[in-house]
Design a protein around this ligand. Structure first.
Ligand code: MN
Length: 259
């Protein structure tokens, strides 16, 4: 795939002393990890996750299984530190992202998630949350006891039901997409989605073409809205499937073709 472009921005927000989020934005990996645990242990957990996943960068084509294995390895490493260092007991992290993988001989986007960071996809004019939060709030939404909007203000909204660092064999959710021209992905920690409604995320992603400017604008919106948590945002523009001929049919807007 050619022409993949991205922007990345992070901020500790207005209230937190430490930024316990960590991120990786280097093809084929675009990942956000939101660490949890007192005394900066969350910072340790999120960085172990990123330091493990960065090993998938620069070694040639990767598969879904490579990503699944790397997340499992990160989980084992965090569990090991959390159980052998008393000061870091109970630490954990979300790990959520986008990977360019080879499946069936061609490149695909793999979306993966453990925890309550999120991936959204903007394609063909439709903005949709791909990942499903592993959180108490999400369980209540599924049970019909909270609306999505109420879930954003739910007092136990920080309680996650899956994370790296708690169970020896934590499972990730994954999705796979054939690339579509013009698509854009958003990968973010809950410091963004806890402050900014999906409708506003969509307007910002639709209106700012440059991915770095879009990422910075989203972080600024979260700070403006309260900034109660660390905020991390990756905006990834998918590029073109058929890079051989940039003027092939797929790249001509539908409206022009009709004339
Ligand atoms: Mn967070």
């Amino acid at each position: 795939m050619k022409g993949v472009a991205w922007g990345a921005a992070t901020d500790r927000g207005r209230l937190r002393v430490v930024n316990e989020d960590a991120m990786l934005a280097s093809p084929p990996m675009f990942v956000v990890a939101d660490g949890m645990g007192g005394h900066a242990a969350g910072d340790v957990a999120s960085h172990i996750a990123i330091d493990t996943l960065v090993e998938l960068v620069g070694r040639g084509p990767i598969t879904m299984q490579d990503v699944i294995d790397a997340v499992a390895e990160a989980n084992r490493a965090i569990v090991h530190v959390a159980t052998s260092d008393e000061a870091r007991a109970g630490m954990g992290t979300t790990v959520t992202g986008l990977a360019l993988v080879v499946a069936g001989g061609t490149e695909h986007w793999m979306v993966f998630n453990v925890g309550d960071s999120r991936v959204y996809r903007l394609a063909d004019g439709e903005f949709r949350q791909i990942t499903v939060d592993h959180s108490e709030a999400q369980e209540l939404v599924v049970a019909g006891q909270l609306t999505s909007e109420e879930a954003r203000h739910y007092e136990r909204r920080n309680v996650v039901t899956r994370s790296l660092g708690s169970e020896p064999d934590e499972q990730l959710d994954s999705w796979i997409f054939p690339p579509v021209s013009g698509e854009r992905f958003l990968v973010c920690s809950d410091g963004l989605t806890g402050e900014v409604r999906d409708e506003v995320l969509e307007v910002t992603l639709q209106s700012i073409a440059d991915p770095q400017a879009a990422a910075e604008a989203l972080v600024a919106e979260a700070i403006e809205a309260g900034g109660t948590d660390n905020i991390t945002v990756l905006v990834v523009d998918g590029g073109q499937m058929d890079a051989d001929d940039p003027l092939d049919d797929d790249t001509i807007p539908r409206g022009l073709r009709a004339r």
